[in-house]
Ligand binder design. Sequence first.
Ligand code: KDG
Length: 358
Amino acid sequence: MKKWVNRLSAGVLVSSMLALSACGGGGNQTAPSSSTPEASKEQAADSKIKERTIKAGIGLNEDHPQGQGLKKFAELVAEKSGGKIKVQNFYAAQLGDDKKMTEALQGGLQEITIPSTSPMTGIVKEYSILDFPFLFNNGEEADAVLDGPVGQQLLDKLPDHGLIGLTYWENGFRNLTNSKRPVEKAEDFQGLKIRTMQNAVHLEAFAKLGANPTPMAFSEVFTALESKTVDGQENPLATIESNKFYEVQPYLSMTQHVYTPFAFLVSKKFWDQLSDEEKAILKDSAIEAGKYQRELNRQVNGEALERLKAAGMKVNEVSAEEKAKMNEIIKPVIDKFAAEIGEDLVKQLYAEIEKARK
Ligand code: KDG
């Protein structure tokens, strides 16, 4: 059964990707049009583009929409640089987890990583606003905020910390899996040992719901679930599928409790050595691949539920009333972080969401 599900998901993924590359993806940002072969050759002939090999690492697998987006990025960079800039991709935390790779960028030991913004709150605390539960109703609202002035303000804080943020990709809406019971109501969180990302908002919000949250690097999650060190974890469906959490987690509750973006990060030490042309190639490629990645991610997350059910997961929906109750319980945590981060930015965030809803 599991092998069948894997084969099926790989097949669906490939056909989804073909369809997407044909239509060019979606998203709100307007990337400059990709270069024609002639333009690429001209650009490459320009000595302002040097022969370079750069390392890009992510925590998720190659078959995940993030992995496919990274592949697309490498292809675009090769095309736009006339083959001069080669991006070497490392998947599945081969270079370390989100925090370790981000530190490697700061130290100039690695050029690119694309972490969830949640563990980045240790570097730029303002990123915590994106961890507020039940903030966005859909991906398009998230795109509007991230591609707008709020997203940009957050990216602008990164250079002081040795990082350049080029754009945002999508991790997505997170759902709870666990080995104990279906979670339908706020009370069902009581006593559940849940792995969270290394993020204070997530930790405090789950604790407020009565759960027992434990922060952990993503690469350790499968083993922690398998050995029952923790009862559950939360992630978008594409990740639950790609990392085979369904093999060790019988229950999937569609909590959709928080939306997580990915930040496309480049080492500032490396960035400062680049010519303007090289910077433009990397930025345009990150934005263009990001449109493809967001679109593919939405498609895969939309289709994965049926495959997870077929793999044996017991799935339950969570009603809007119960989500509202959860949100009410968590509210003091959000208020506390809003005050700490600065009411101005938080007000601007809510105003941007309102604007996107109109
Ligand atoms: O490549 C990104 C992953 O490392 C990570 O961010 C996935 O959402 C994630 C998690 O739960 O750690």
